[in-house]
Design a protein around this ligand. Structure first.
Ligand code: AMP
Ligand code: ZN
Length: 146
């Protein structure tokens, strides 16, 4: 166990709170753990059961996450969502993943939010829709794929 932690710490960032949680240096409310991931309850939850999937290796964000890890994260998210929905009796489920300060990321170690939703839970994870003209949408499309 010590070896695994030491190896991950070399790969990670010394003062990264999620590296320390994911590798067991700091205790957490753990819902699931395997060799590569830990799923913990969020300490400042949006709703009852709000959890985070943390890779044990340090990747700052989605851009740094290797493809193989991305596949595993989504499979794990699906399993956790099904399991948690059954256990918590929630009415819906959000997956949220923030990258960069501008997008609301506050901890710079990749994590995927698992957010159970309840009818009338009072949370809003939405956005205010922009009113764009067809030409503007076309221009954006061309920037992305043009
Ligand atoms: P984000 O804004 O996407 O970077 O999300 C960071 C999340 O991490 C927030 O929902 C925090 O409540 C949560 N968080 C921060 N520190 C801890 C911690 N020590 N244990 C559990 N969750 C944490
Ligand atoms: Zn980290």
């Amino acid at each position: 166990m010590r070896c695994i932690i030491a190896r991950e710490r070399v790969m990670g960032e010394k003062d990264c709170i999620f590296c320390r949680i994911a590798n067991g240096e700091i205790p957490s409310k753990t819902l699931y753990e395997d060799e590569e991931f830990k799923v913990i309850l969020d300490a400042g939850p949006a709703t009852r059961g709000h959890a985070l999937i943390l890779p044990k290796s340090h990747y700052a964000n989605l851009y740094e996450l290797p493809d193989e890890a991305a596949v595993k994260v989504m499979l794990l998210a699906k399993k956790m969502a099904v399991f948690m929905t059954e256990k918590l009796g929630c009415d819906g489920f959000n997956l949220v993943q923030n990258n960069g300060k501008a997008a609301g990321q506050t901890v710079f170690h990749f994590h995927l939010h698992l957010i159970p939703r309840y009818k009338d839970d009072g949370q809003t994870l939405g956005w205010k829709p922009l009113e764009l003209k067809q030409e503007e949408l076309e221009e954006i499309k061309n920037i992305i794929i043009g």
